[in-house]
Design a protein around this ligand. Structure first.
Ligand SMILES: Nc1nc2c(c(=O)[nH]1)N[C@H]1C(S)=C(S)[C@@H](COP(=O)(O)O)O[C@H]1N2
Ligand SMILES: [Mo]
Length: 447
């Protein structure tokens, strides 16, 4: 064991840069900028490698499902996208399918629940490398300066993505910018830095784990816990304190934190009694009564939708080669269809309900468009807010399960669920299921 009783101020400064030497032997700012400040004997390449591998798998999942979510928003259709000039970043976009109906429910649930589950692992990983983040001097060479700058993007990007994502799913819109473009551009900046970081570090991670394996360090008790051998990255403490926790204990702590995050959030993607376990989901429990008792994000009242504007005088405007205005009675007299379809919000929560209404394809035909040729832009009665309008593709309109829903679970829609009529499209993100529809505009040509 190295002598841990030595006072911090008596520690001889380690190898210092020429710059520091020229500064008259100044050994840099005190505290966290000095290697001897960091004394945990647990830090080292093995611990960082294990956490790094878990994070690599988790972030890959969260990144892919996040990019899928952007594609599901159909950003190429008018009005659906608020990122100005996504340009090359949209290279991978594809036509979002209506099958399988549960796909967006699963990918977005995985994105949000996965992100929450990774928080303790991310914090543990940052803790394991924190001496590196304070390394002084900031750089000894140009290459090192580039590496430090990329770390700034990596760590800053990760924190930015997690913080904006979590604030958003908590409906806590405190940032002074729009979440959607910020999270999208942030994702690409972070992913670029992440890819570089993985390319540089993965060989070392694999070498470390091949050399030590999982077992040796996991078996070690607190009493037998010793620092790893000194490493070129300076993760291992130069002046370690005695262990108060084993590496196994630290991983169990981080992993247990992860399981708690998972356990307290996954319920928002489930229907049935387990939904109540989603204590980390922010949504209140007074949605509506009977058949309408399921999640409401935006209430009618909050968006200026009143019983007066949705009463007898309400008409649905169809815009196309033929224009017409339909009352709710007119719609109820058309052929009605019933499907069980999910609402799956970008915020991760989802629920399957049984919807009854008129096919969008039938309404498109009534407006004079040819079968399968028309996309639609839906417009809501609401005043203000962001999601009063959405564009659906021709494929979405043509799907026989795409409905202008009038009823849910056998009862009329409640005002909060979109009365007199709302859109329900299989596998679409929730935001495209426009409530309080006043107009369906089929004039856009394909797609
Ligand atoms: N007119 C209108 N329709 C809307 C919204 C809205 O804000 N206004 N919110 C959308 C969102 S983001 C989702 S997830 C679904 C379900 O939201 P809800 O729970 O508010 O019904 O409705 C969508 N339809
Ligand atoms: Mo949503």
């Amino acid at each position: 064991m190295p002598d841990v009783s030595r006072g911090r101020d008596r520690v001889k400064p380690g190898k210092k840069s020429r710059l520091a030497a020229r500064l008259g032997g100044w050994s840099g700012p005190p505290g966290p900028f000095r290697p001897e400040f960091w004394r945990s004997p647990l830090r080292g390449p093995w611990l960082t490698s294990v956490l790094g591998l878990v994070l690599l798998a988790g972030i890959t999942l969260v990144a892919i499902t996040g990019l899928i979510s952007y594609a599901a928003y159909e950003p190429r259709l008018p009005g659906n996208d608020t990122t100005p000039g996504k340009g090359l970043l949209g290279f991978y976009l594809f036509d979002w399918p209506t099958d399988p109906v549960w796909l967006y429910r699963v990918t977005q649930g995985a994105h949000v629940v996965g992100g929450l589950t990774l928080v303790p692992i991310l914090l543990a990983k940052l803790w394991s490398v924190i001496p590196r983040l304070f390394a002084w001097p900031p750089a000894r060479s140009v290459a090192e300066a580039v590496e430090r700058a990329s770390l700034l993007l990596l760590v800053g990007g990760a924190i930015f993505q997690f913080v904006t994502g979590i604030l958003n799913i908590q409906l806590f819109y405190v940032f002074p910018f729009s979440f959607y473009p910020a999270h999208f551009y942030g994702a690409w900046i972070f992913l670029a830095a992440f890819a570089v970081h993985v390319a540089i570090k993965l060989p070392r991670v694999l070498r470390t784990l091949r050399k030590h394996g999982l077992r040796d360090y996991l078996r070690t008790s607190v009493a037998d816990t010793r620092p790893e051998p000194p490493d070129p990255d300076g993760l291992v403490a130069t002046h370690p304190a005695p262990a108060t926790m084993s590496r196994r204990g630290l991983l169990a702590f981080a992993g247990g934190g992860s399981m708690i995050m998972f356990g307290l959030s996954v319920g928002q993607c489930l229907d049935g009694p387990l939904r109540r376990t989603a204590l980390l989901a922010p949504h209140g429990r007074h949605y509506g009564t009977g058949p309408n008792d399921f999640q409401v994000n935006k209430t009618a009242a909050s968006l200026g939708v009143t019983p007066a504007s949705t009463g007898e005088s309400w008409r649905l405007a169809l815009v196309g080669p033929h224009r017409m205005a339909l009352s709710r009675e007119d719609l109820l007299a058309m052929p009605l269809y019933t499907y069980a379809l999910p609402i799956a919000c970008v915020e991760g929560w989802s629920t399957v309900q049984t919807w009854t209404g008129v096919r969008l394809a039938d309404l498109a035909r009534l407006a004079g468009t040819q079968t399968g040729s028309a996309g639609v832009t839906t417009r809501s009665l609401q005043r203000g807010g962001y999601f009063g309008q959405a564009s659906l593709s021709a494929v979405q309109v043509a799907d026989p399960r795409s409905l202008l829903a009038l009823r849910v679970n056998g009862a009329d829609l409640s005002l909060d669920h979109g009365y007199p009529a709302r859109v329900i499209v299989p596998n679409a993100p929730g935001v495209h299921n426009t409530k309080w529809v006043r107009e369906l505009d089929f004039t856009r040509k394909r797609p």
